[in-house]
Design a protein around this ligand. Structure first.
Ligand SMILES: [Cu+2]
Length: 201
């Protein structure tokens, strides 16, 4: 009996040993594969977290992300146009030494109101079908702009005043340099309802 018992115990031990051995292998295999699963689990957990984030912001960002990416291309072109903005200062800087053209049209002066730098040469170009006589306000004396006076049109000073001192024919132009700072209203002496303002800064 004791021998049988001993053998039985040995057998049990062997069986248990084999069982443990076999279990370890599967366990190891599972452990080996378990590592991936375990790593897979964390990712799985991470994805859930992302999904959680994605649902609210995720979906909009996903859709908005492409959209923003598209706008950026548009923005870049805009950025290029933005580069011109710096140019405007340059333009304004050029304006002092440059010139501005105001068109005289059937509907009036264009632009009717404009700001220019001191010393800008303003040219009135008659694109209408009738003669036009640009001159400083106020009609009919034309004395608003410093030194201007319609009475000077019959003198040698006529070339130094803000007054065309006569009709400018269609297609022709008349120029005057704005050397005085201020807001200067002017008009068409032949059609006083046509008015404009030049702001000299
Ligand atoms: Cu007038």
């Amino acid at each position: 009996m004791s021998t049988r018992t001993a053998l039985a115990l040995v057998g049990v031990i062997i069986i248990l040993g084999l069982g443990v051995f076999l279990l370890r292998r599967p366990a190891e295999a599972p452990t080996t594969s378990g590592a991936p699963p375990s790593s897979a689990l964390p990712p799985a957990n991470v994805p859930p977290a992302n999904p959680t984030l994605l649902p609210p912001p995720g979906v909009p960002p996903a859709g908005s992300a492409p959209a923003p990416s598209l706008p950026p291309p548009g923005n870049q072109p805009v950025a290029n146009p933005a580069a011109p903005p710096p140019i405007p200062p340059t333009t304004s800087g050029t304006t002092p030494a440059g010139a501005l053209t105001i068109r005289i049209m059937a509907s009036g002066f264009s632009p009717a109101t404009v700001s220019v730098a001191q010393g800008t040469r303003v040219t009135f170009r008659n694109e209408s079908a009738d003669d036009s006589w640009p001159a400083s306000a106020m009609h009919p004396t034309h004395k608003l702009y410093p030194g201007s006076d319609i009475l000077k049109c019959s003198t040698t000073e006529k070339n130094a005043i803000f007054d065309a001192c006569g009709g400018v024919a269609p297609g022709a132009s008349w120029s005057f340099t704005m050397s005085e700072r201020g807001s200067w209203k002017y008009h068409d002496h032949l059609s006083p309802s046509r008015t404009g303002t030049i702001i000299v800064e």
